[in-house]
Ligand binder design. Structure first.
Ligand code: ADP
Ligand code: MG
Length: 699
């Protein structure tokens, strides 16, 4: 059977070279097996037949059995073909505007047909335009007599006459040629336990279901199988990594860590921070590479965790690096970590795109000689010239900004890869994390440092700006600072820039010198200018920071207590949450004000409502996932990962959990899948691994 499924698609009767070509180009269908896995994306229930005297003017698609008793051409210039159709309970009209000649020649009078289409009533008579028609005799034999599947298609396919009906027909042909026998990879015990229908039945009924019930069971079975294999893959990879990918075991907790912990911690750690540091310490103590995702809401204190993890690397004679997505953020980390590291006598430097050549040279040399302990930087760290003496730990901040490839590039710099700690402030819902990063270990900081007051978030319309400005002036009078953020969306950079500049001008007018001073930071400024503006604001020399989303990630100015987000309707949920996280870092009550126009779509309303209701990043991520779908959340780079054939990570999360649970159980019992009852499973698993598959690139 396996071989038969490898047969090139053009050999299937009814396909041939021309259609084969189209199927390849348009739907990526090359072989029988690909066609088999072209699953319908909707179905119409054709298990029921209506009588003409039962028809309702509901616009529903219905099928009726009856005969055509006469046919005529109506109209002069623009003619149409009208047939009278009867089933004994009444009469209705069938109408064609196109293909009239063909219908006239081929339609048989007084012969039972099954017609299908949308019935609508006009002047008391029901009519159906361009009905699908099939002689009753054929209909009864056809596999397609029950629920009608609708297959994914493209404009080109439709143009070239590969209609849904044609696809259905070749699908039937496929089942005839293959005799509908497909081997079942799932172990019998699992099928039994979960009461799954056999693979054969599932594939048959996904294409030709006779009822909604059997369709649901077929879908369940195939979704489960898809998610089960993904979980097997991820879990196996994790096991292999733990056993095979060597890592530097950090066995010592030494002078740097202890000195810092005992004498220089600027604050007491939260329990969550302590727990996470312990997890990281244990993991890095093993002779296997750590590959860990550190999730923590904005402001939860991930930086100190990164710092202490890096100290462990140093204690064991290794170097560490921290990579950030923007220059501002790298700088901020550098300033913060440098401050913390000062009493420890650590050599720590920063490398970004704007590092001077002479400085760059020194850094390169010191990294190679091992003189430099910690390097902080941007993408510049990935350049070939950057060679470490012995990199033991790579910390990556705000992971979603880096592609998978970039991550692995950092690894390839050493024979034994460094431990990797990926920090993200965009919490990924558990189900998604599990599917995407099932092979990463996850630590979660689920507690904010003490004394933080929840940020109060409100939504205001642009028409209420005066009141908002008054509020800002009151806050400034109390000594607070304010962010006002404008959207920056690549496609309309020019317009965004104009919005920002207009905004800046009017803010400067409304908050005039000398009483007020306003800073501005945007993407068109040189890094040095940005930094000096940021520094002025951070030092409290200006009251208001007008900015684009360049400040989205990581900036830390505890005295800033109000975040105004302009055109909030143009931001995604996670972005809004990130921006809001810039405030609420000090002891003062902080506020986030979402400004919008009056016209708002439903999704926007949901986003605003979510933001004003909760500060919980995980809850927000769940809503975001529902609104946008997982592909979007991960960005285009990783959306390929989610190219599932039938399962949907949002809708099918229960099945995902079930699949994971059973995959774990099975691998615990038979990690290499070598038991005889797992032979088919193992075979399918290996076949799947051979396919070029994005999962192989994830970590
Ligand atoms: P994020 O997780 O968003 O990167 P940071 O590491 O920047 O958060 O920490 C946010 C702020 O909270 C910083 O000013 C940091 O010094 C402070 N902070 C972190 N941990 C604690 C703690 N345990 N107690 C008090 N303040 C803390
Ligand atoms: Mg941070």
């Amino acid at each position: 059977m396996q071989n038969l499924l490898e047969t090139p698609i053009e050999f299937l009767k009814g396909v041939g070279p021309a259609r084969g070509d189209l199927l390849r180009k348009e739907l990526d269908i090359h072989k029988y097996g690909d066609l088999l896995h072209l699953f319908p994306n909707r179905y119409i229930d054709r298990t029921r037949y209506y009588r003409i005297n039962e028809l309702q003017n509901s616009g529903a698609e219905v099928q009726v059995v009856g005969k055509v008793i006469n046919i005529k051409t109506v109209g002069e210039k623009k003619t149409r073909l009208v047939a009278t159709f009867t089933d004994g309970t009444g009469e209705m009209e069938l109408v064609w505007f196109q293909g009239q000649k063909w219908i006239r020649e081929n339609l048989k009078l007084n012969t039972p047909y099954v017609i299908f289409g949308k019935a609508s009533s006009f002047n008391g008579v029901f009519n159906m335009a361009h009905p699908e028609m099939e002689p009753l005799a054929e209909h009864e034999q056809s596999l397609r007599s029950a629920m009608q599947p609708f297959y994914p298609s493209t404009e080109k396919l439709a143009q070239k006459g590969i209609t849904n009906k044609v696809v259905s027909n070749i699908m039937q042909q496929l089942f005839r040629e293959t005799q509908a026998k497909f081997s079942d990879p799932l172990p019998p015990a699992l099928i039994e336990e979960l009461k799954l229908i056999p693979k054969n039945a599932a594939l048959f009924n996904i294409h030709f279901p006779k009822s909604q019930e059997i369709l649901a069971r077929a879908q369940f079975r195939l979704k489960f199988e898809e998610l089960f294999f993904i979980q097997l893959q991820l879990i196996t990879k994790n096991l292999i990594r733990k056993h095979k990918i060597k890592g530097h075991p950090f066995t010592q907790v030494g002078a740097y860590f202890n000195d810092f912990y005992n004498n220089h911690l600027p604050f007491g750690l939260t329990n969550a921070q302590k727990r996470v540091i312990k997890e990281i310490r244990n993991d890095m103590g093993q002779p296997a590479q750590m590959n860990r995702l550190l999730q923590g809401d904005v402001g939860s204190g991930k930086t100190i965790v990164a710092m202490m993890s890096m100290l462990l690397a140093l204690d064991n004679g290794f170097q560490a690096c921290l990579m950030a997505p923007t220059e501002i953020l790298a700088n901020q980390h550098f300033i913060g970590l440098n401050e913390l590291a000062k009493p420890l006598g650590i050599n720590i430097k920063i490398l970004t795109g704007s590092t001077k050549t002479s400085e760059r040279k020194i850094i390169h040399e010191q990294l190679e000689s091992g003189e430099l302990h910690i390097i902080i930087g941007t993408h510049a760290l990935l350049e070939d010239k950057v060679q470490f003496k012995n990199l033991g730990l790579a910390v990556i901040d705000e992971q979603h900004r880096f592609g998978v490839e970039q991550r692995s590039k950092l690894w390839r710099k050493n024979d034994i890869p460094p431990h990797v700690l990926v920090m993200t402030a965009t919490p990924i819902p558990r189900t998604l994390a599990m599917s995407l990063y099932g092979d990463l270990d996850i630590s979660v900081i689920d507690e904010l440092p003490p004394g933080r007051k929840p940020i109060q978030t409100v939504h205001r319309f642009d028409s209420n700006r005066l009141k908002v400005w008054k509020f800002l002036k009151d806050e400034i009078a109390k000594g607070r600072q304010i962010y006002i953020v404008y959207p920056l969306i690549q496609e309309s950079e020019k317009m965004d820039y104009k919005d920002l500049m207009d905004g800046y001008e009017s803010i400067s007018r409304d908050f005039p010198l000398p009483q007020y001073s306003v800073s501005i930071v945007h993407g068109k400024m040189k890094p040095a200018e940005k930094d000096s503006e940021m520094a002025r604001f951070a030092a409290g020399k200006t009251n208001i920071m007008v900015a684009t989303t360049v400040i989205e990630v990581g900036v830390n100015v505890p005295n800033a207590s109000v975040m105004v987000i302009e055109s909030a309707e143009r931001f995604g949920l996670s972005q809004l949450h990130q921006l809001r996280g810039r405030v609420g870092r000090g002891a003062e009550q902080s506020y986030c004000i979402l400004m919008t126009g009056h016209k708002l779509g439903n999704d926007t309303k949901t986003r605003l409502e979510t933001m004003t209701r909760t500060n919980d990043g995980f809850e927000i991520a769940e809503v975001d996932l529902k609104l946008r779908g997982p592909g979007d959340i991960m960005g285009t780079q990783q959306s390929g990962v989610l190219n599932l054939q039938i399962a949907d990570l949002v809708k099918d999360r229960d099945i995902l959990m079930l699949a994971r649970e059973h995959a774990l159980k099975l691998l615990k019992d038979d990690a290499s899948m070598t038991k005889p009852e797992h032979a088919a499973l193992r075979h399918a698993f290996i076949e799947m691994g051979k396919k070029k598959n994005i999962w192989n690139y994830i970590s």
